[in-house]
Design a protein. Structure first.
Length: 290
């Protein structure tokens, strides 16, 4: 298989990409186990892409159970350099309405039970994460959304994605606290993914699709899955259009991102002191620097 440079991770509601042609399923094994599901490899307008359903195609993995390291490693293994993450989010701000699209540029980490790094076991690295999203990739998403003119849907460029552990939704006190902290949207998945993608030198950007007002809004009921199902379906259709257009634009201009050399000044352990087993496990990530 030749390298597939563009990867897509689909979240709640986006379990497949109907526009894919020449589709095949690829079962991948990584040093971190199996990803959430088989990779679905196919073409969008002649451009090969790899799609992965974050929670599995039947949504059987909780946000805590998603094998984030295996997912990112699997994308790296097949050659992905640009990763688009589509995610359902709650809105923490009145101006972000359900069905609106948000391209966050910051995260607040409220996760508790995740492994969000490839480092450890004899190798220490501290990735720079001040700008956690690849602004160029997010820019291509923005251009694509604007060119689609989706009716009644606003695009919010920038914003802070609060990543909570879940799977229960927030309490009202938490939701209001996140608003006070400057949160724009809330979800349960994107922060570990963004960190691991950065460690894997993959340019990563989030396409967040609002489904609800969480539980802080005095004029809206508190979020339940039942309440957001219809929005998840509408969002899935919008996400597919946006992703298809983004792949068109991106494939015409595969830029170099800072993310592609993110490990350069990151690893503090001398590489000749790293245990061989760890080096082997991370070979794919480290080989440029060995
Ligand atoms: C079904 S609502 C909660 C669920 O939806 C989001 O998933 P994803 O980020 O994969 O689209 C949120 O993070 C929760 O996992
Ligand atoms: N309100 C919410 N909180 C956390 N994750 C979500 N995903 C969609 N809506 C959400």
């Amino acid at each position: 298989m030749s390298d597939i440079k563009i990867g897509i991770i689909g979240g709640s509601g986006l379990y497949q990409m109907s526009a894919l042609t020449n589709v095949r399923e690829v079962s991948v094994e990584t040093p971190f186990g199996k990803p959430s599901d088989n990779l679905i490899v196919g073409e969008l307008d002649g451009v090969e892409v790899a799609f992965l359903a974050r929670h599995g195609r039947n949504h059987h993995l909780t946000p805590t159970e998603v094998p984030y390291r295996a997912n990112i490693y699997a994308m790296k293994q097949i050659g992905v350099e640009y990763l688009i993450s589509a995610s359902a989010v709650g809105s923490l701000q009145a101006e972000v309405k359900p069905l609106d699209l948000v391209l966050p540029d910051q995260f607040i980490d409220r996760t508790k039970s995740r492994t969000s790094t490839f480092f450890g076991k004899g190798i220490v690295g501290h990735i720079a994460f001040g700008d956690p999203i690849c602004h160029q990739l997010s820019g291509v998403l923005a251009d694509s959304i604007e060119s689609l003119n989706l009716p009644d849907i606003s695009l919010h460029k920038g914003g802070t994605y609060v990543c909570m552990e879940g799977p229960a939704f927030s309490t009202k006190a938490e939701s209001n606290m996140y608003r006070m902290l400057g949160g724009t949207i809330i979800g349960m998945t994107n922060l570990p993914e963004a960190k691991l993608a950065r460690e894997a030198e993959i340019a990563y950007a989030t396409l967040a699709l609002a489904t609800d007002y969480d539980c802080w809004h005095p004029d809206h009921d508190s979020v339940t899955v039942d309440m957001i199902i219809a929005n998840l379906h509408k969002n899935a259709s919008n996400a597919q259009q946006v992703i298809q257009q983004t792949v068109r634009k991106l494939s015409a201009n595969l830029f170099v991102s800072d993310a592609h050399s993110a490990l350069k000044y990151t690893i503090i352990t001398p590489l000749d002191k790293v245990p061989d087993a760890t080096k082997q496990k991370l070979e794919l990530l480290l080989k440029k620097y060995l």
